[in-house]
Each structure stands twice: as structure tokens, then as C-alpha cells.
Design a protein. Structure first.
Length: 278
């Protein structure tokens, strides 16, 4: 236990989570947040403003005319989409130096793909606790523990991913190599950074099996993680690869009828969106 606590304390070496992303999670997620409020956040950060304009003009949205101002970006993208952009851009910037490494970049792409899939699943499931921003946020931040462990131990983490799995799950291999797994690390970081309770729960529990009969936000992200990996946006080959029909069977019955995408089409669509954020 002492060794685990020592490993958890190592996570304190990571810088604080971006203040603007924390504000988005705490303040701008409220229904009474104004467009002026979010506009002020963007204008106060030159990198964020430039990133929003660049992304607004990318193939991701393909607007017919150029987006030349923050106000026009807000009008064209909509309030919720801009909030999600702020969270995504700020989190990506947090790991920007390390993201030059291909392996960590792959982890980031996995997280971002999982965010979009979580959002689509939440619509199909019609979960009040999982719809829209909460599902996207939980999907985006589910792997903060893995990102954090890699930043602190890049060589060891790369070695455990490239080595033979021997039928062991990723958390098992992490505990053997590092004395802690990324779920423990993610839960600790989410609490340390005072992220929302649902993010803490998802960061800590996303590798569990979806629970039949009590499908909630955690179960939704668990399904999204399986689907993200099955579409080829995994970082390490899963111990048990699931087929799309097997994954859909974890969803509530009504959602299974509403969510039946063609895997190749979905993979191409997500890859295009990821490329727009690179």
C-alpha cells in the first residue's frame, strides 16, 4: 500500500489542470452561463482564440464562408460546441510538449475519439445524466491517468505497451511495471484537480464491464471505450477484442435500435475529425 501511495504522490509532479478548462467544467456547464461569458474566456487567451478560428475554418466544419471573428465562430458553431472545443483544446495544450511523441499522441487521439463516440451513444441512449456535454467530457477525460503516467514514466510505459501482453489486461501490466494502474492514477488526478464527481468516477472505473439493468454515464463510457478500440483507435491491442454486435449488446435495448452504424463509415468520419484537430 505504501508503494502505491508513493506512486500516487508522484502524480503531484504534474502541473495543475488548465484553469480555463476547469472553469468550463465548473461554470460554463451551467445553463445560466452566457455567450458573453464564454466569449470573454476565449478573448483572454490568444492561443485559444487562434485555435478556435483555425478549427472553425477546417474541414471538420466546412462552412461556406471563412470564420474571421470569435463572435462569428460562436454564432456558427453554437454555444455547446464552443464549450466542448475549449475543453478539448485546453486539455490537448496541457500535454502539448509530450504530444510530439507518437505514442502519447495516439493516447490523445484515443481519448478524443472516445469523447465523440460517448456523445453519439448518449444521444442514442437518451440518458439525462449522459447527454451532451457530460458524456463528451467524461469520454475525453477518462484516460487522464494513462496520459499522466506516460508523462511521468515515458520509457517504462512505452516498454510495457510494446512488450508481450501474456493475456494480462493493461491495468495488470501497469501495476506490474509501475506499481499503479492508470485507473487508480486517473481517479486520484481527477480528485486532486477537483474535477466533477462524474469525471472522477469514470476515470477510475472505465475498464469495468457495463452493468446490465443500471446503465448510467459510467456504463456509457465503458461501452464507448470498447467501441473506440474496436474501430482501431486503440493504443494497445485489447486483451479481449469485441465485435460491434457484441458491444451494441451492452446498450439498453431501445438504444440498440437507434445506434447501428457502419464501422467503416464511422471509422473514416472519426479519423477525419481527429486529423482536423492535429
Amino acid at each position: 500500500m505504501d508503494a502505491t501511495n508513493d506512486r500516487l504522490r508522484e502524480l503531484q509532479q504534474l502541473p495543475q489542470f488548465p484553469a480555463i478548462a476547469t472553469k468550463v467544467l465548473r461554470v460554463l456547464s451551467h445553463d445560466d452561463a452566457s455567450v458573453g461569458e464564454i466569449s470573454d474566456f476565449i478573448r483572454a487567451d490568444a492561443a485559444l482564440a487562434a485555435g478556435l478560428l483555425r478549427t472553425s475554418n477546417s474541414a471538420l466544419y466546412a462552412f461556406p464562408s471563412p470564420i474571421t471573428s470569435i463572435q462569428k465562430a460562436l454564432m456558427m458553431l453554437g454555444f455547446d460546441e464552443v464549450k466542448r472545443f475549449i475543453l478539448t483544446f485546453s486539455t490537448q495544450n496541457f500535454f502539448q510538449t509530450s504530444l510530439r511523441l507518437d505514442l502519447l499522441r495516439g493516447m490523445w487521439r484515443h481519448s478524443l475519439a472516445c469523447a465523440w463516440i460517448s456523445e453519439e451513444l448518449s444521444t442514442a441512449c437518451s440518458l439525462s445524466q449522459g447527454r451532451g456535454d457530460p458524456a463528451y467530457t467524461a469520454g475525453l477525460l477518462h484516460d487522464i491517468g494513462r496520459l499522466g503516467l506516460f508523462v511521468l514514466h515515458p520509457r517504462e510505459y512505452a516498454a510495457l505497451l510494446s512488450g508481450p501482453g501474456d493475456g494480462k489486461s493493461l491495468p495488470e501490466r501497469e501495476r506490474e511495471a509501475l506499481g499503479i494502474d492508470h485507473c487508480e492514477a486517473g481517479g486520484w488526478l481527477a480528485r486532486h484537480w477537483d474535477l466533477p464527481a462524474e469525471v472522477q468516477t469514470v476515470a477510475e472505473g472505465h475498464h469495468g464491464q457495463p452493468t446490465a439493468g443500471t446503465f448510467d454515464l459510467l456504463d456509457l463510457v465503458r461501452v464507448a471505450v470498447l467501441m473506440t478500440d474496436s474501430l482501431g483507435f486503440d493504443v494497445a491491442p485489447p486483451t479481449h477484442p469485441y465485435t460491434l454486435p457484441e458491444i451494441r449488446a451492452f446498450l439498453p435495448l431501445s438504444a440498440q435500435y437507434r445506434f447501428d452504424p457502419d464501422p467503416a463509415t464511422m471509422r473514416a468520419r472519426i479519423a477525419d475529425k481527429l486529423d482536423a484537430f492535429d
